[in-house]
Ligand binder design. Sequence first.
Ligand code: BGC
Ligand code: CA
Length: 329
Amino acid sequence: MRRIIALLCLIALLLTIAGCGGERDEMIGVTVYRSDDSFISEVRKSIAAASEGDVPVEILSADNRQQMQNEQIEDFIERGASAIIVNSVDRTASGVIIEKCRRSSVPLVFFNREPVKDDMAKWDKVYYVGARAEESGRMAGGILADCWYANPGMDRNGDGILQFVIIKGETGHQDTELRTEYFTEALMERGIQLEKLHEDTGLWNRDDGRDVMNEFLSYSGDRIEAVFANNDDMALGAIEALKDAGYFTDGRYMPVVGIDATPAGRRALRDGTLLGTVFNDSGNQGRAAYNIAKELAAGRIPTSESIGYEITDDRYVWIPYTTVLRQDA
Ligand code: BGC
Ligand code: CA
């Protein structure tokens, strides 16, 4: 009897040792700036899909608070994450995050919110996956230029000048500044004279986009001949405001251009409210970020071949944008 008890104790002891001392399960930690951003939700889905049957991911949202995101990253490090994917709340906080990960040798992949070059230079196990903001701005401008030349009636007051408004994304985000700049540049390059009536931030979201558009309408009403929103969510908010003001019924139309081609954006293209958008390829951005993180987690240096995406400037992957019109939606 005593021998049996001794044997059972030994087995229990061995099981405990195996449970505690053994290798921790491999995991890639992911933190995104907030959970209710439509575009980021699509990237999240893509990361989760890429991880199926492979190194698992744990995805957290930072509720738009940088402090909370820093704690999530510390927690991932403590729990032995083998790589971390970050969509930072405030891209100027990237330096602090890189420093934390460098000290613990946990490789990092940023996406969508590009760290400044000085921060990227702090460690070689830091990568960035994104899309060229200027490219999307140009494409959005191109959509509106085509519409202008195809529809003389778009110049509602007949002065030969395009009166337009811009609903911008969050201040300081590379996509906000560059999309806005290259949108107007593309129109000017097509020989269109511009008058910007208003611009304000809609903070990337639909409700703020609607409020900002309501304000623009209260100032300028029918003087507005076109709307450019830095993303689809804000364009959809603007469309709501325009509908309330009587647009999109009885032949009253307003050209509205967005960026992203989210599922909701594509629906608006199909029902003829959104004139056009630019596909911000969430699927490939998510997959590229995951593939890089997986290589780094395995202690390898990612190559274009091993991740399936071209790496430029050593540690950047740029996913191209594409124009999406009604017939493509
Ligand atoms: C997307 C926006 C999104 C933002 C979040 C942009 O690239 O176009 O829809 O809200 O990233 O950082
Ligand atoms: Ca005009």
